[in-house]
Design a protein around this ligand. Structure first.
Ligand code: DX5
Ligand code: ZN
Length: 219
């Protein structure tokens, strides 16, 4: 089995030292930098604009995994890709033309992902799965770090694993929200190939980042 990718969410990093934090997680073994973008109306919080992503880009050699919890998406895709996003993930509820959004992301030069909220069925992306590079299962309601993993989403991960395998394509199955060392093994055995973790990586300060990442990976 391929190595599970670990994507620390900088939502839980020290925002006054973001460049340093990104360098620290990369040095600690992170595979992706997960950037949670929130707009205050798709989700009840406001976070990171393209200018911040651009400022972070020189601090990372691993890809920036940008999770857009915003609506609309299309007018902002170019700005995030130009800023340095390697992967752009959006939610099907963000607009009526998700296939066009995927095309817009690809045309801009990034990989395309779609994300399912806990209450969003797989059917919302079923018709587009073959066009995606990544599927992101939200295991908390998006908006904040530090929430509890919603166990019912394990079943969704299992079903998606089978759907993805049936495509024969190398699509990342990423899980986001409440992932900890205590449940990571379960999430991986359900079929996840990438784990997002905010609190579980950044919780105890920089000297713990490497151990936290290794624990999530199951080392
Ligand atoms: C929630 C975000 C997540 C979250 C992860 O809206 O998409 O990335 O911050 O943080 P933890 O791991 O603390 O749940
Ligand atoms: Zn996220």
């Amino acid at each position: 089995m391929a190595k599970v990718l670990i994507a620390p969410s900088i939502l839980s990093a020290d925002f006054a030292r973001l460049g340093e934090e990104v360098r620290a997680i990369e040095a600690a073994g992170a595979d992706l930098v997960h950037v949670d973008v929130m707009d205050g109306h798709f989700v009840p919080n406001i976070t990171i604009g393209p200018m911040v992503v651009k400022a972070l880009k020189p601090h990372a050699t691993i890809p920036l995994d940008v999770h857009l919890m915003i609506t609309p998406v299309d007018p902002f895709v170019d700005a995030y890709v130009e800023a340095g996003a390697g992967i752009i993930t959006f939610h099907p509820e963000a607009g009526p033309h998700p296939h066009r959004t995927i095309q817009t992301i690809r045309k801009a030069g990034a990989k395309a992902g779609m994300s399912l909220n806990p209450g969003t069925p797989i059917a919302a992306i079923e018709a587009l799965i073959e066009d995606l590079d990544l599927v992101l299962v939200m295991s908390v309601n998006p908006g904040f770090g530090g929430q509890k993993f919603i166990d019912t989403q394990l079943r969704k991960i299992e079903v998606l694993r089978k759907r993805i395998d049936a495509t024969g394509r190398d699509i990342i199955l990423e899980v986001d929200g409440g992932v900890t060392a205590a449940n990571a093994a379960q999430v991986i055995s359900a079929g996840a190939t990438a784990l997002v973790a905010g609190t579980a990586v950044f919780g105890d300060g920089p000297e713990k980042y490497a151990a936290n990442i290794a624990r999530l990976r199951g080392a």
